[in-house]
Design a protein around this ligand. Structure first.
Ligand code: HEM
Length: 376
């Protein structure tokens, strides 16, 4: 396996179970993100204002201001995040092995998941309290914001990345998160370990995009599993809100893919593609596999309780789930276009044309979800 990962590339610690434990608030009680709410509001006004055309210069300036604020307040957290991600490959594999053992379908694929994680600089811990999520999220968001102002992304994807960051930061809590540091003591480079803008190369962006993708997938899964457990007795309003959050972070995963591949085709084909191990595929992404399972749990709970037409399901829950399914189909449609922009008709690392494979997956998913897409 080729592994051209330099020390300047970011690493991330993720839960081996994809769970945050022991308990993660499902209510919107976080304090950390509230610190930045005015900065996010400014971005909302710039990106979503009905009367003005968003101006790239102002959006970039507001992203930089947000990044500066988060850095200024998070010195200790990001240091912790980087230190925690330093784990030996042996320890990482052992943790993964232990977490996957109870589920043979996953355990049989241990090697695939391990290779995928290792390539992207992901290490896994068996214990993952909320303040570890806060630390990893904060470090990743800072790195993302530092680079975002230098991308050439679509406005909708910039917004999706920012709104998913905002939602997750709002829920992030932990002892460290409530003790902001003095901005004078914080140096942007030493906090994040992120190279200066011009030094960020394709591999950095490719890796970091996958980290943000994973955090969104974990958050989205958490919301879906909470809903699956609440059906049918939970409050419809609360379930609909959780489904909206699951959708917002699912859209965050889509935007993370656009971000990760925001480079020329030549850079992708010349630097990224040759660096991947043989027979490598996104289907080996453990957090995404578990996100798909969580969606199936919601479908199972909904149809068991309300029948396959969902006609007796509270309409706000039904509509929120329809929007989620729509976002899932669109995710695969985006994915097809992303692959097309980078590899055109070339065969994938698995041998078959990537674009065709993704197009088929989008079509199959659309057919499988058809009954939920048309519930309105
Ligand atoms: C940040 C996350 C992701 C990015 C940036 C991304 C990007 C890409 C790109 C550029 C290709 C073309 C690959 C090539 O042939 O060189 C591709 C193919 C593909 N991706 Fe993703 N992807 C991501 C995550 C995922 C996930 C989670 C899945 C899980 C289903 C997935 C499934 C596939 C499949 C099935 C293909 C086509 C065949 C293959 O190469 O495996 N991807 N993706």
């Amino acid at each position: 396996m080729s592994q051209p990962i330099g020390t300047s590339l970011p690493g991330i610690l993720l839960p081996a179970t994809s769970d945050i434990s022991p308990a993660w608030p499902s209510a919107d009680t976080g304090q950390w993100g509230l610190v930045f709410q005015n900065r996010f509001k400014k971005l909302h006004d710039l990106l979503d204002g009905p009367d003005n055309l968003p101006d790239a210069h102002s959006v970039r300036a507001a992203i930089r201001e947000l990044a500066t604020d988060i850095k200024a307040l998070s010195g200790g957290i990001t240091g912790q995040a980087s230190a925690a991600a330093q784990m030996s490959e042996h320890e990482h594999k052992r943790n993964l092995d232990e977490a996957l053992r109870p589920i043979s379908a996953y355990h049989n694929r241990l090697l695939e998941f391990h290779v995928y994680d290792t390539y992207f600089g992901v290490t896994r811990s068996l214990i993952f309290p909320l303040d570890q999520f806060t630390a990893q999220l904060t470090a990743t968001v800072i790195r993302l914001l530092d680079d975002l102002a230098h991308t050439l992304l679509n406005i909708d994807d910039v917004a999706a990345l920012l709104y998913a960051s905002e939602l997750m930061l709002r829920h992030a809590q932990g002892d460290t998160a409530t003790t902001p540091r003095d901005s004078e003591s914080t140096n942007a480079k030493s906090v994040t370990g992120a190279p200066a803008a011009l030094a960020v190369g394709p591999m950095y962006r490719w890796r970091l995009g996958h980290h943000f993708f994973a955090l969104c997938a974990i958050f989205s899964r958490h919301c879906l599993l909470t809903v699956a457990n609440q059906i049918p007795s939970g409050s419809p309003e609360s379930m609909a809100e959780l489904l909206d959050w699951a959708t917002l972070t699912l859209r965050g995963t889509t935007a993370a893919m656009w971000y990760a591949t925001n480079m020329s085709q030549a850079a992708y084909l010349g630097k990224i593609r040759p660096s991947m191990p043989k027979e490598f595929s996104g289907t080996q992404n453990l957090d995404y596999e578990r996100l798909k399972q969580a969606r199936e749990s919601v479908i199972g709970a909904l149809t068991r309780n309300y029948g396959s037409s969902l006609m007796t399901c509270p309409s706000i829950v039904r509509d929120a789930f329809a929007a989620h399914c729509e976002a899932e189909v669109q995710d695969l449609e985006h994915h097809t276009l992303i692959a097309a922009s980078k590899v055109g008709g070339k065969p994938s690392l698995l041998g078959s044309p990537a674009v065709e494979m993704l197009r088929t997956m989008a079509q199959e998913r659309r057919e499988a979800l058809a009954m939920f897409l048309s519930v309105e």
